[in-house]
Design a protein around this ligand. Sequence first.
Ligand code: IVH
Length: 656
Amino acid sequence: MEERMKELVRILNEANYNYYVLDNPTITDQEFDKYLRELISLEEKYPELKQADSPTSRVGGEVIDGFNKVYHEKPMLSLSNVFNEDEIIEFDERLKKEHIKPEYVCELKIDGLSVSLLYEKGVLKRAATRGDGVVGEDITHNAKTIKDIPLRINEPIDIEVRGEIYMTKKALLELNEKRIDRGVEPLANARNAAAGSVRQLDSKVAASRNLSCFIYHLPNPEDYGIKTHFEALEFMKKLGFVVNDNNRKVEGVKGILSFIEEWTKKRPDLPYDIDGVVIKLNDLADQLRAGYTAKYPKWATAYKFPAELVLTRLKEIKMTVGRTGQVTPNAILEPVLLMGSVISKATLHNEEYIRLKDIREGDIVAIRKAGDVIPRVEKVILDRRTGKEKVFEIPKTCPICGSDLVKKDAAYYCENPMCDKRTIEKLIHFASRDAMNIEGFGDSIVEDFYNMGYLKSIPDFYNLGKYKEELMELEGFGLKSIENLLNALEESKKNSLEKLLFGLGIRHVGAKGAKVLAKHFRTMDNLSIATFDDLVNIPDVGDIIARSIVDYFSDDENKEIIKKLKEYGLNMEYLGTEVANINISGKTFVLTGSLEQLTRDEAEEMIENAGGKTSGSVSKKTYAVIVGKDPGSKYTKALELGIPIWTEEEFLEKIK
Ligand code: IVH
């Protein structure tokens, strides 16, 4: 039986390869289905005989409990950016100074998320996200559902390749149509959709998302006797990976510019989103000579397309109320596609902005979006005015609760602490990712719970368990989903102090400020009795923040909130993840390059005081390499061996 199962796996994988990679189908859909059904039924009968590369993994169904951490033998680096011709010339000049021949490979910069794929004896063993470059997450169960990722390659070798998981424009449209039918918000763009899909515990979701994957990097080319990047691409293609056909070898700046010009024009016709062009030195020996900075290879860079500008009609201006009570004007737009996202709203900042740009309801406006930034109305197309446009007057009262607005600097505020929208926004903020990160409490659930009376103030989150039975009866909920919410709440109680501090929404205290405060004061109690002077003496804390904190902790209502949260068992201490958790006792460090804040002797002394050792050369036993300016060969060696690389700042932070 095993023989037949192996044969079916081979037939199906080959058919997939011919279909998806070579674009040359060899069997009919009916035949494919017939073989697949036969294989499924055999695997059901003899699960112990299921082959590691069985294409039935493609349909998903594997559910994991959580994401395992994965250590990247060689760090997954990011790329430096260039934005114009001058910067490309500089990039090329820098390399020429090192006597490097300017032969490049230009590639499309796919807008997705990078992935590392590990094969053992030709079989896919592990797929991992980039994470922070050194430690990523194991997403093998989801990667197996992506048809472009071979489960078995054409040679029985051990190899790691890297590339980009992405979603085609068509797949995103189809997904969003389905979501709209189900009454769920459409996803903003293909990159977020792809990233969200691989971050699912249940691989059925990824399987249904129709993801794709291009491979563009071979971390260990020397193992296969490969001399140039272009050869590496061809080698990986031969192994069965999908390599982008538009990659080109080009000469010098001229070649790069003409590739960019070509793809700036052709970009809208591509079936997937790209956000630039990646330029890589072709010769691998030259790549080594060019070297690395702590974050980027110096032998490659990414040209980013300029932010796109599109025209659309501004239908009306609507005021929204934020958690601080700030009332902001927003442009409601006729939906347009901009950089792969459907845009129907843009910020207008404040009254001044609207007046300066003379933005009126009904205008045709140009909107721009750069990276992840919220789109904004750049300008009005005055030629398109018909005379019917309406000048907008900022209302004098809160659009939600009707109380009078108060003007402070350029902005208007609703000062009613009971204003529904303010409270809802505060609660949403508390649960949000950068704050308490309570999974499952998205905007609409928080709003619904607020409207139903379950959630009126922050501590109510931790009292929801009391209403478990009632909540389970609500439409759209069941035992499982309520339990998930309650578990997420329970989990959030363990957060380090800075998450809670940020979540409380103290004015002017952002995520960064919260961290500074948590690190300094260590406990909520210490912070709550800090004086204005204590606070302003801390670097990074100014008058405004200090005043706001003192005010916050002298308010009786806030004192009550903190008291209740304590009673519910929330952690009120700084857990200092990256600082306290690092025990360097007995670990060996190597220093390279010139440090800026410390002398070498000082750095060595710090390591020794903390129980660590320093060494003059990098080996597999090295715990981390601390890299200063202009590092030497120890740095390249560390990259080769996959030893973690710390900048001076990281070192200081970790060893403090
Ligand atoms: S090469 C050391 N090639 O862009 C080589 N990256 O902004 C590192 N990306 O993290 C990457 N298309 O996720 C490379 N053809 C391409 C790419 C590409 C998209 C992504 C990748 C990387 C990011 C850097």
